[in-house]
Design a protein around this ligand. Sequence first.
Ligand SMILES: [Zn+2]
Length: 126
Amino acid sequence: MNIRDEIKSIARQIKKIGDVDLHKKIFDIQAEISIVLEENKKLAEESNTLKEEIDKLKEKLKIMKSIRLEDSVYWVATGSKGEKEGPFCPNCWGTKEILVLMGMDIVRNRPYNKCPECMLVIRAKE
Ligand SMILES: [Zn+2]
């Protein structure tokens, strides 16, 4: 039995006894409990939102510790021996803080990195 049901049960018993003052007090307590439970629900929702935000910030911090600009595109270090992943779009990271892996395109026999999100084209290192 949850706390609301417990209070209702007590209120019914008090009503049977006929103590009007006590019945009013238990009615007030019932109202207070409803308010506290509603506030608790809102705080739990807010807590979940904040936990999600913290997870996003931790992920961003992890990226920021391992990201570096090289030849006008971003690379993410994936290991201690110089392994890296990329290239990632500098425009998408700079404006939306999202890592978008750039594709490779060959134009007039020259390699270019192209972002599938913002369509930025940057000449790749040969
Ligand atoms: Zn982009």
